[in-house]
Design a protein around this ligand. Sequence first.
Ligand code: NCD
Length: 330
Amino acid sequence: MPKMPPVDAPRMLRQRGPVFYRQKHLLAIEGLEPPAISQLLDLSESYVLLNRSGKTQRDLLRGRTLINLFFEDSTRTRTSFELAGKRLGADVINMSVSTSSVNKGETLIDTAATLNAMHCDLLVVRHDQSGAPNLLSRIVDAAVINAGDGTHEHPTQALLDALTIKRRKGRIAGLIVAICGDVAHSRVARSNIHLLTTMGCQVRVIGPPTLIPAEVADLGVTVFHDMARGLAGADVVMMLRLQRERMSRGQIPSAREYFRFYGLDAEKLTQAKSDAIVMHPGPMNRGVEIDSEVADDPLRSVIKEQVEMGVAVRMAVLDMLSRGHRRNES
Ligand code: NCD
């Protein structure tokens, strides 16, 4: 692993100077400029160091309320936002569909009005409809963070993936990144494509024609339907979950056949660079898109590190968005 220069976390966290991320919300990666992305990654890096040092920053969001509003299942994303909010001192409330009145027919707009009345400062939203967080951002007072909407975007996942890549490879620009599998249903793929192409990577997508939408080529990526050719010379191999819950029948022949052609195992991985890293956003379908031998290989797999980076990135995003509030108050 290349050596990273030492970073003084508390100094970076206090740092004043130009702020390149000036949006109230974080709804998508698409449209963000490189300086804004880099600044979020630098701030995240300092939170990694702070978390590892065991120190906290509990005064930063003291008195603020963060609501995790999840209309879809999640383990990693919800818990890491919860942990991130708590580490910064916010009051964190988790609302999931089964406990809210959405089941009783309340609309998204009524839910938003309820949240406004509760004076929520930061609203983290996951929804199965693309565009739901965007709609909410127009009717709530809170800063809205998209935690995954339909097949559209999952911006904090792309930021944590980029941070993992940067720490492992020492850079982002110039790398060859292969994103493999169910691209059609993946908001993770879309956010990563926007981020990685913006930051100067060569991005490839690999998968069966039924799972690669035609429009994806317009995003500046190269499409491969053959795993060996797509993986050749890659620095980073990012596997995606086969999202059966979003599929119509017949999009893949069978899990076993899918694994044979598109599942990452040690043999297929030999096509990539010898120091290529393997990523997966989780949850994994072992034996479908990835073999356990590769997923659990400490020399290649950075899947656990992605989870650690997730907490730091979410702390950085909460910090950055609440800087807007703090500016308005001072
Ligand atoms: C992803 C998601 O929900 O979009 N998971 C995650 O956030 N860790 C990917 C997936 O569900 O496959």
